[in-house]
Design a protein around this ligand. Structure first.
Ligand SMILES: Cc1ncc(COP(=O)(O)O)c(C=O)c1O
Length: 442
């Protein structure tokens, strides 16, 4: 920076914004300056109803007192503790609490700072585990088309979004992809898991046969694909993946960054679908999105496999300066307390049919070609404008923003995931506003 340049507090140029059309934004900024419960406050003083829980993360709603107080108290008590060869009580307490709400068998937790870091951590655990148990020939990682696993190199390698991959060279080697399960012709307007497509899990078998199962370390999927437009899995699909993994010594990784912490009306999607992975990747709702934190949960056998060798040796050469940091751990504990005390997972479960019916009432509105709901997640897919993909949905996003509603778009799909404190009246408001937006769209 030029040291003589005047500091301009309203200069938007310096910040290179993530996943944002920077030039478009900076011409007409959408700045948020406050938030409480279900609403954001914009810089021009308007209230926005939050239909996206921030970025799928503020599951308990905004600025919840227990969480903000826990953060403030922790910051004044123990601000930071080294994460390597040292510890502090709250990280252990949070790990134990997570294990207590996780599916049986997922008994150990590795802390990170984001979903992307959790994904790369999980992939590294999978590769290293295969090696420490004497199966070092298993070096391949299998992902899926339309998968989103964050933006680090491991995640984009197993992910299946072309734009997130094409600029970044060779990525990880030894990666293959199953086909995605999105089939709107056979599964139009689904509520919950779709009827058709369980057989697509056999893609894993096909890939395992091609490369030989003895070369495959792990497969990673989102139980419900979120970022590519809310794609519920076919009934029986995840069960079939589990079977194939068991038959062939392949680890099953669920990326629950979006689906975890009550989003499905259960603690995790693993509970919703009744399928337990070997490794579960989480972040976002773990701290209500307030402080960056992720957690990777693993089965006992995986943790135990690393615990051989000399006791003074570091068993797994991996970790972050902020793994389990005190303020994040305090936020995590207060978040889990809030979920429990307010019964928010049960609340989401009770609201699932209300949410589904409300969103599906948009069927037949202009431009709508599909609607998909599961848990407290919903996608409304719009017919793209010929020759201008994404333009129509982005116009919907801008119109909604101007009219008091925060939605998200991905491609030509409107994706929504309100905080679990959303009321039935607010669900009605979301749908009414969206209906009006759709009727105004070109
Ligand atoms: C399924 C999934 N995995 C990973 C990530 C990446 O998380 P983060 O942005 O915290 O790195 C996301 C983010 O939306 C996600 O939806």
């Amino acid at each position: 920076m030029n040291e003589h340049a005047p500091i301009q507090t309203n200069n938007l140029e310096a910040f290179w914004m993530p996943f944002t059309a920077n030039r478009q934004f900076k011409k007409a900024p959408r700045l948020l300056v406050g938030a409480k419960d279900m609403h954001y406050t914009t810089a021009d003083g308007r209230q926005l109803l939050d239909a996206t829980a921030g970025l799928w993360c503020v599951n308990a709603g905004h600025c919840r007192p227990k969480i903000t107080e826990a953060i403030a108290t922790q910051a004044g008590q123990l601000d930071y503790a080294p994460a390597f060869q040292m510890g502090h009580p709250k990280a252990f307490e949070l790990a134990a609490r997570l294990v207590s709400i996780a599916p049986d068998g997922l008994d150990h937790v590795f802390f990170t700072n984001s979903g992307s870091e959790s994904v790369d951590t999980a992939l590294k655990i999978a590769l290293a585990y295969q090696r420490v148990r004497g199966e070092g020939s298993r070096f391949r990682l299998i992902g899926r088309e339309r998968g989103y696993h964050g933006v680090n190199f491991g995640g984009i390698s197993v992910g299946g979004i072309v734009n997130n991959r094409k600029m970044f060279g060779t990525l990880l080697t030894g990666v293959d992809h199953m086909r995605h399960t999105h089939d709107p012709e056979r599964n139009p307007y689904p509520k919950g898991a779709t009827e058709h497509g369980a057989e697509l899990a056999d893609d894993l078998l096909r890939i395992a046969t091609l490369h030989d199962p003895s070369t495959i370390a792990a497969v990673i999927v989102e139980p419900v694909a979120g970022s590519t437009g809310v794609l519920p899995p076919p009934k029986g699909y995840l069960q079939r993946l589990r079977e194939i993994c068991d038959q062939h010594g392949i680890l099953l990784i669920f990326d629950e960054v979006i689906t975890g912490y009550g989003r499905m009306g259960t603690p995790f999607a693993a509970d919703y679908f009744g399928v337990t992975p070997d490794i579960m990747v989480t972040a976002k709702g773990l701290t209500n999105g307030v402080i960056p934190m992720g957690a990777v949960l693993v089965r006992d056998e995986i943790y135990d496999a690393f615990m051989g060798g000399g006791e003074n040796l570091i068993e797994f050469a991996h970790g972050y300066t902020y793994s389990g940091s005190p303020i994040a751990a305090a936020a995590g504990l207060a978040t889990l307390d809030t979920y429990k005390e307010e019964g928010l997972f049960e609340r989401a479960q009770a609201l699932e049919p209300v949410w589904a019916d409300a969103l599906h009432s948009l069927k037949g509105e202009p431009h709508v070609i599909d609607i998909r709901t599961i848990g407290l997640i919903g996608g409304v897919e719009l017919e793209p404008i010929a020759g201008a993909p994404t333009k129509r949905a982005f116009a919907a996003f801008l119109d909604a923003f101007e009219n008091g509603l925060m939605i998200r778009t991905t491609g030509d799909i409107i994706a929504m995931s309100p905080p679990l404190i959303v009321s039935e009246a607010q669900i009605g408001e979301i749908v009414d506003t969206l209906r009006a937006v759709l009727r105004r769209l070109q």
